[in-house]
Design a protein around this ligand. Structure first.
Ligand code: NAP
Length: 308
């Protein structure tokens, strides 16, 4: 008979691996499915300074790998596979991959979030060819070049400042006349000598075939469109939750995040959501790991209840 796991975890970020650690340590049988590298969104962070206990900080790849090792030490298994489908109302629940299915008494969704795109023609084709969603990962490729950053939130401003230390010129394009970013960032941005801000403006076309060489920017007040020559475009307009697999099976909030409270329970019994994918006011590594611990505890309670 096919093995039925106590917990099948989808996603190997900090939330997923903490659920795996706590679950395995509590004696549950745990399998975690991860598409690529352990760490989730942390993988693209070159320096993490807000995870306590690491006074010198750490890079995201190392922290992800340490989390994986910690969970595996207690018997959690990692399977590297793309999850292609979920049957969350079935008993046991089914998690499908191209290499086969995994059965679980419970499923923990830890799929996180991914960068939002502008939805422009050629955006996908030019990603990695001048278009990027991660200044910390790709900034170094633009030493002494001209880059455009889109957005007005903390990510966009932090990215513009990071890039201003590498690139020759940074042009921040924001659709309004005020930044959403916290005040703390305003002065350093305004004072950076190589940062120009295009207010009330929107990137509306990408120029280049094999490689990006410029963008078309519309002034939203005058309606005028100008060509801005650049080597790179960093799109920093927020993130969207990765919920394609659960849509129609569990309830989502207006922003598309899985409706689950602090107890990580979704509206479907035996299905839990942790980290950036769930409705929560703060999305940080520490909040994701807290969710993972809570989810394992809730899984134990749920299993005790269904087993009677
Ligand atoms: P965000 O705060 O939601 O900001 C997104 C920005 O992109 C906004 O300025 C928004 O414009 C703009 N935008 C959205 N859709 C757009 C579109 N289609 N075209 C053009 N512009 C568009 O997202 P975020 O900056 O990624 O931050 C996400 C969360 O992480 C926030 O809570 C943030 O505080 C936090 N964070 C914190 C730090 C830190 O150092 N403390 C660093 C990074 C992120 P409008 O302003 O007009 O809406």
């Amino acid at each position: 008979m096919e093995k039925i796991f106590d917990m099948v975890i989808v996603g190997g970020g900090p939330g997923g691996y903490t659920a795996a650690l706590y679950g395995a340590r509590a004696g549950l049988s745990v399998v975690l499915l991860e598409r690529a590298f352990p760490g989730g969104q942390m993988v693209s962070a070159s320096q993490i300074d807000n995870y306590p206990g690491l006074p010198d900080g750490i890079d995201g790849i190392s922290l992800g790998d340490q989390m994986r090792k910690g969970a595996e030490r207690f018997g959690a298994r990692t399977v590297y596979a793309d999850v292609t489908g979920l049957e969350l109302s079935a008993e046991p629940k089914v998690v499908r991959t191209e290499g086969g299915s995994f059965l679980g008494r419970t499923v923990v969704i830890a799929t996180g979030a991914s960068p939002r795109g502008l939805g422009l023609e050629k955006e996908e084709a030019l990603t990695g060819r001048g278009v990027s969603y991660c200044a910390a990962c790709d900034g170094m490729f633009f030493r002494d070049k001209t880059v455009v950053v889109v957005g007005g939130g903390n990510s966009a401003v932090a990215d513009a400042l990071t890039l201003s230390r590498v690139a020759r010129k940074v042009i921040l394009v924001h659709r309004r006349d005020a930044l959403r970013a916290t005040k703390l960032y305003h002065a350093p941005l305004m004072e950076a000598p190589n940062v120009q801000i295009l207010w009330n403006s929107q990137v509306e076309a990408l120029l280049g075939q094999e490689k990006l060489h410029g963008v078309q920017v519309r002034d939203l007040i005058s309606g005028k469109v100008e060509t801005v020559e650049c080597d790179g475009l960093f799109i920093s307009i927020g993130r969207k939750p990765s919920t394609e697999l659960v849509e129609g099976q569990v309830s989502l909030d207006a922003g598309g995040y899985i409706r689950a409270g602090e107890d990580t329970r979704t509206d479907l019994p035996g299905v839990f959501a942790v980290g950036d994918v769930r409705t929560t006011p703060v999305r940080q590594i520490v909040t994701a790991v807290a969710d993972g611990a809570v989810a394992a505890h809730e899984v134990e309670k749920y299993l005790a209840m269904v087993r009677g």
